[in-house]
Design a protein around this ligand. Structure first.
Ligand code: T4K
Length: 384
């Protein structure tokens, strides 16, 4: 048995770590990656927009069905540099029901986040509450397609057009999704993707911006490469957020298998539905019509008064069995310690309630049916 043997991996999982984690990185076969990085060794071209970077950029543009795409070091830099490139000022309306990155990108740009509540069914920004938050200082809306659930795109665009606001989608969870037959990255001014190790598609660390305006593309390029346009030409003050060739090579390999990855995830999600749908007090995330989903996450909502036991208890009982679900996204970003009580989470009561009821269950391509069944058996054993 060697480390490439599938049984070895299972054995490691069962006897060494003994844990089922919320996700597990998808990876190509070891040999496939070695083959892909061979020419990096031969050419010693490791970074600075080399051939792997160029290939992945083109391949992703086609796969994601978007007009323009630029690769970056991670999803966070995609958000942070996008806000800078668009020259946002003042206030930005966003959701607190997200990963730290969305809010931090706003704050790190010197902007003020204004938190909008979320829809109780798909957990994205509640567009009925958006307009009342707009002031003469608002410059943009930053909604999140959280868990891959698509925001109310038409209504967000209608409001943005009415008030002259930019729309930047945090599309970290939506790799490969389409809405009304179009790549999800083609909506809004810019969509920011994450290709982190924990995502449906990964480049180890990585991210991308999808956009239409060539001027925005030039601005992002400058920001990701110090504003350098030649050995003696530096046109603007930029940072460094270039994806390196090893990450791009991982992306080239993983892209070959991503459809298979998504299909396997679908089978896992379907099994969860078979086992947990119709359980009083448990609500599973539902896919919307017009959306081709990617099965990125499987959040469930546990209503304690109906289920007879709360989210934290279920989380602990699973952990006692070495199953590590996650409370994505608890705590809300508007309650983070680093903000010292600056924001009032009672302004977003639905998000506050959902953040205390949500549990994101383990989900990855090679999670086996018997493991899903074990997880469901344990959850159901908590019901009173
Ligand atoms: N916007 C949104 C809405 C996001 O969710 C994210 C990232 C971003 C923006 C920013 O994108 P990036 O800058 O990260 O590209 C994880 C990820 O690190 C983060 O990318 C992701 N969202 C967030 C939802 O989840 P943690 O702190 O929960 O990760 P960690 O280290 O606890 O890993 C979770 C599980 O993943 C582990 O239990 C096992 C598995 N794992 C983890 C790593 C690091 C692997 O299988 N392989 C690995 O290499 O944040």
């Amino acid at each position: 048995m060697n480390s490439n043997d599938k049984n070895y991996t299972k054995m490691i999982d069962k006897y060494v770590t003994g844990k089922i984690l919320v996700t597990r990185s998808s990876m190509p076969e070891y040999e496939e990656y070695c083959e892909e990085i061979r020419d990096i060794w031969d050419t010693r071209w490791l970074t600075n927009m080399g051939p792997k970077h160029k290939k992945l950029q083109e391949d992703l543009k086609n796969y994601l069905d978007v007009e323009q795409l630029d690769l970056l070091t991670n999803g966070h830099m995609a958000l942070e540099l996008t806000m800078q490139a668009l020259g946002l000022t003042g206030e930005v309306i966003t959701t607190p029901f997200t990963f730290a990155s969305t809010t931090h990108a706003i704050v790190r740009n010197g902007l003020t986040p204004v938190f909008c509540d979320i829809d109780p069914d798909n957990f994205t920004i509640d567009t009925t509450k958006l307009e009342s938050l707009i002031t003469d200082k608002t410059s943009a809306i930053v909604p999140v397609h959280v868990y891959g659930n698509i925001c109310n795109i038409e209504e967000i665009q209608r409001i943005a057009d009415k008030y002259g606001l930019k729309v930047i989608y945090d599309a970290a969870h939506t790799f490969g999704e389409t809405y009304k037959g179009k790549g999800i990255g083609s909506y809004g001014d810019v969509s920011c993707f994450s290709f982190h190790a924990t995502k449906v598609f990964n480049t180890i660390e990585g991210g991308a911006v999808c956009f239409k305006d060539p001027a925005f593309g030039n601005a992002i390029y400058d920001l990701k490469n110090f504003g350098i346009h030649g050995p003696e030409i530096v046109e603007s003050v930029g940072a460094n957020a270039k994806m390196n060739e090893f990450c791009a090579a991982m992306g080239i390999c993983n892209l070959r298998h991503v459809d298979d990855e998504i299909n396997k995830r679908r089978a896992v999600v379907e099994r969860y539905h078979e086992r947990l749908d119709n359980t009083e007090g448990i609500r599973l995330n539902k896919n919307a019509p017009d959306v081709k989903p990617n099965y990125a996450y499987l959040p469930i909502i546990i209503e304690p008064e109906k289920f007879g036991c709360d989210r934290d208890k279920v989380y602990s009982v699973l952990a006692e069995h070495n199953i590590f679900a996650r409370k994505y996204f608890y705590p809300l970003t508007n309650t983070f310690d680093c903000f010292n009580g600056k924001f009032d989470p009672n302004d977003t009561p639905i998000a506050l309630k959902i953040s205390k009821q949500v549990l994101t269950l383990p989900l990855y391509a090679d999670l086996e049916q018997e493991q899903v069944d074990l997880i469901c058996d344990i959850i159901l054993s908590c019901k009173k």
